[in-house]
Design a protein around this ligand. Structure first.
Ligand code: SAM
Ligand code: SF4
Length: 328
C-alpha cells in the first residue's frame, strides 16, 4: 500500500489522456490562442499502461480517465480495454463532456467502466452555448439520456457560477427526482488558462447549500471514504446531490489522489506544480523499480493541503494553466 508523508493512503490516480478539447468552457480554457501540447510530448497509451501497471502493483486500484476530452484521443477505447484487464485495477471511471460519448456507451458498459461523470453546466441551450462556446447541447443531452439507461453509475458535474448558471441549480436538481443520478455542484477554481483572472464568478459551497435549502428539504448521506463531495438526498428523490468545495478545499485531510498530466508530469496535489516528469524518466529507460521509487519520493514530499501546495508554487509560478492540462 502507498502512503504519503502525512499518513494518507494513496490509491487513486487521475489520468488526463489529452489536453485537447472540442468545447471551450470559459472557466477552463480561453476561446482562442490555445497552445496544445506537441503530440510527441504526450504520453503514449503504451507508456500510460506501463505506469498504471507499476503504480497498480504499489497500491493504486482506482483510475479516473479525464482530459481535455478523453474521447477525442484516437485509441482511447483500446487503451481502456487494456487497463480494464489489469488485476490490480478494481475501478475505472471516466469524466467526459458527453459531446461524442454516446456511441461508446455499450462498449464502456461491457468492459466494466464503473461510472461516468458528465460535465453539464446548464439545462438551457443558450446558457450552455454561452458557457461552452459550442452549440452541442442536444448531443450532450442525448448522451445524458443514454447514460441514465446504462448500467454505469452517472454523476453530473456542474460548476456553479454567478451570472452564468445559478438559475440552473433547481432544474438540475429536478433531474434527480426520477433519474438515479448524482448532481455534483462544484466550486469554480482559478484554472482557466489565463493569467490571474480565475474564478471571478465564484460561488462557495455554503452559498450553494443555502440556495438549495431555500427550496428543498434534504437529508445528509454518508459520504464514501475520501469523497470530495459532501452528499445529500432530497426527500422522495431517486438520485442525490453533492457539493464539491474545490476552491475552499475542505477535503484535503483525506485526499487519496494523485494526478498524471497528458505530458506525464505527476501532481500530488491539484494546486501544486508538476513534480517529476514520468515521460522523461520512462523514455530514459527507467526500470519498474526506479519508476516506483520516483513515485514514493514524490509522496514523501506531499503538501499537507491545497493551500500549502499553492503557497509553495506562488512566488515563481502562480496558477495560470487550463484545467484541461491537469484533468480536474
Ligand atoms: N472534458 C471533460 C469534461 O469536461 O468532463 C474532462 C476534463 S474537465 C477538465 C474535468 C472537470 O473539470 C469537468 O467536470 C469540469 O467542469 C471541471 N473543471 C474544469 N475547469 C474547472 C474550473 N476552473 N473550476 C472547477 N472545475 C473545473
Ligand atoms: Fe473541454 Fe472539459 Fe475543459 Fe470544458 S471542462 S473545455 S469540456 S476539458
Amino acid at each position: 500500500m502507498l502512503f504519503d508523508n502525512h499518513g494518507r493512503k494513496i490509491n487513486y490516480l487521475r489520468l488526463a489522456v489529452t489536453d485537447r478539447c472540442n468545447l471551450r468552457c470559459f472557466y477552463c480554457m480561453p476561446e482562442n490562442g490555445i497552445k496544445y501540447i506537441d503530440r510527441n510530448d504526450l504520453l503514449t497509451f503504451e507508456e500510460m499502461t506501463r505506469l498504471i501497471t507499476v503504480f497498480g502493483d504499489l497500491g493504486i486500484s482506482k483510475i479516473r480517465i479525464t482530459g481535455g476530452e478523453p474521447f477525442i484521443r484516437k485509441g482511447i477505447m483500446n487503451f481502456l480495454e487494456d487497463i480494464s484487464q489489469l488485476d490490480t485495477i478494481e475501478e475505472i471511471n471516466v469524466t467526459t463532456n458527453g459531446s461524442f460519448t454516446i456511441d461508446h456507451i455499450p462498449h464502456l458498459e461491457k468492459m466494466g467502466i464503473k461510472s461516468i461523470n458528465l460535465s453539464l453546466d446548464s439545462l438551457d441551450k443558450q446558457r450552455f452555448f454561452d458557457i461552452t462556446r459550442r452549440d452541442l447541447f442536444d448531443d450532450v443531452m442525448a448522451t445524458y439520456r443514454a447514460l441514465v439507461r446504462s448500467k454505469m453509475k452517472l454523476k453530473i458535474n456542474m460548476v456553479v457560477m454567478e451570472g452564468r448558471n445559478i438559475e440552473d441549480i433547481y432544474p438540475m436538481l429536478e433531474l434527480a427526482k426520477k433519474d438515479d443520478v448524482s448532481i455534483r455542484f462544484i466550486e469554480e477554481m482559478p484554472f482557466n488558462g489565463t493569467k490571474g483572472q480565475g474564478n471571478q464568478s465564484f460561488w462557495s459551497m455554503k452559498q450553494i447549500l443555502a440556495h438549495i435549502q431555500k427550496k428543498y428539504q434534504f437529508k445528509k448521506l454518508i459520504d464514501p471514504v475520501s469523497s470530495t463531495s459532501i452528499n445529500y438526498q432530497i426527500n422522495g428523490f431517486e438520485g442525490s446531490f453533492g457539493i464539491i468545495a474545490a476552491f475552499t478545499r475542505t477535503f484535503c485531510g483525506s485526499c487519496n489522489r494523485i494526478r498524471l498530466t497528458p505530458q506525464g508530469s505527476m501532481r500530488t496535489c491539484l494546486y501544486s506544480n508538476g513534480g517529476i516528469n514520468f515521460r522523461d524518466i520512462l523514455r530514459s529507460g527507467a526500470t519498474d523499480g526506479q519508476l516506483a521509487d520516483h513515485l514514493k519520493t514524490l509522496l514523501n514530499q506531499r503538501a499537507k493541503d491545497g493551500f500549502e501546495a499553492e503557497e509553495k508554487r506562488h512566488l515563481n509560478n502562480p496558477i495560470s494553466e487550463s484545467m484541461a492540462t491537469i484533468g480536474g
